[in-house]
Design a protein around this ligand. Structure first.
Ligand code: EPU
Length: 347
């Protein structure tokens, strides 16, 4: 157990105060540690890649369990990764070995075990569509078992595992395409860059290279030397507006930005999805808001990433998030929900 570890050193936003940290380098250690802490009634915070966490400056009053089991096994048509495996290394390995499927999810920071928790998605692919099974530790019963995707209640950036302490992800298995072709290309910007029509496939390696290029252009590939990438990725989810509220929201947008401006909308299962980045920008928060001297500012490449310019504390990130959220709510009547898990802070 390590004492007084600054959690800012373990998160990609690089904020968060001190805590006790238990390092778990194997699946057995992870299971034993969580079982023991649960039995003792100690609060537990699971931390792997730290790329989707906003932790308070006061730190965490309990034990931070570091998910460090990182074995990866390639099978003929799937990959099994332990929860702490670096996600992009898993993707890269599958592509190098001629297995297609995960290439659109290239360059995403964080660990393999975190991907099912919020059904990570990018460039037209969500992990839920490729997952074969997830190995879980049930914290109520202490039991370990593999579960199928149907049990996990996947939706846009969510699952039954999100905002729940009921289970710990120990490992994940993804079904892959042994022909080495990508998943069908569904994201306009990506398909266009690859000269592909909607739903066509391309070699996984070519798709991975293009996704990495697109992400880097948006500041969404971590680079320790570049403060524009010190973020938790998208800070807000794209809001889904129910059909009965949509006319009102579109009218408020037209009032504010002009009736001739085309609003990006995407059909969603329970309404219409709007683009949070677009709304933020049209509400008056330009890329780089509020300016070069601020400790926390919007990325200069993408309004949806809140970034730490080096000296920001959690309080600075929270203040910026509140300002942006209030502005979008006031102008358009849309409430943006944070995507990262918040610990000790509320917006
Ligand atoms: N836009 C702006 N200003 C900006 C950025 C974007 O107006 O500064 C508008 C543009 O109209 C653009 C649209 O927003 O066409 C969509 O932008 P983008 O293609 O970057 O996608 P996104 O909806 O902002 C989502 C995911 C990303 C994922 C990309 C690509 C969410 C919350 N975010 O972003 O995921 O990489 O699509 O698929 O769903 C993450 O979850 O952390 C994440 C980075």
């Amino acid at each position: 157990m390590r004492e007084s570890v600054l959690l800012s050193e373990l998160t990609t936003l690089r904020v968060g105060g001190p805590a006790l940290v238990a390092e778990c380098g194997t699946t057995d250690a992870l299971i034993a540690t969580v079982r023991a802490l649960d039995a003792a009634g100690v609060r537990v915070l699971l931390l792997a890649g730290g790329s989707n966490l906003l932790i308070d400056d006061a730190g965490f009053d309990g034990v931070v369990v570091r998910v460090g089991n990182n074995g990866v096994r390639l099978l003929g048509d799937s990959v099994v990764a332990e929860a702490g495996a670096n996600w992009d290394e898993v993707v890269s390995l599958t592509v190098d070995f001629g297995l297609g499927g995960l290439e659109c999810l290239s360059g995403i920071p964080g660990s393999a075990g975190a991907t099912p928790v919020q059904n990570v998605g990018a460039y037209g692919v969500e992990v839920a569509t490729l997952l074969r099974q997830v190995q879980l530790l049930d914290r109520e019963t202490g039991e370990v078992r593999w579960v199928e995707p149907a049990e996990l209640g996947f939706g846009y950036r969510t699952s039954v595992l999100k905002h729940s302490d009921a289970a710990v992800v120990l490992a994940v298995e993804f079904a892959l395409d042994p022909t080495g072709l990508s998943a069908p290309l569904r994201y306009g910007e990506l398909a266009k860059a690859l000269g592909a029509g909607d739903g066509e496939t391309r070699p996984a390696a070519a798709v991975r290279a293009e996704v990495l290029r697109l992400r880097a252009g948006k500041g969404m590939v971590l680079d320790p030397a570049d403060h524009d990438t010190w973020s938790a990725g998208s800070f807000f989810t794209n809001p889904v507006v129910p059909e009965d509220r949509l006319p009102q929201v579109l009218a408020a947008i037209a009032d504010h930005v002009g009736a001739d401006v085309r609003v990006p909308t995407y059909p969603a299962p329970d309404g219409t999805k709007l683009s949070a980045g677009w709304l933020i920008e049209r509400a008056g928060f330009a890329k780089g808001f509020p300016g070069a001297d601020a400790a926390a500012r919007l990325s200069t490449k993408h309004t949806l990433a809140l970034t730490n310019r080096g000296s920001a504390r959690a309080a600075d990130i929270v203040a910026l998030a509140r300002t942006v959220r209030a502005g979008v709510r006031e102008r358009f009547g849309v409430i943006l929900e944070p995507e990262p898990v918040t610990v000790g802070v509320t917006l």
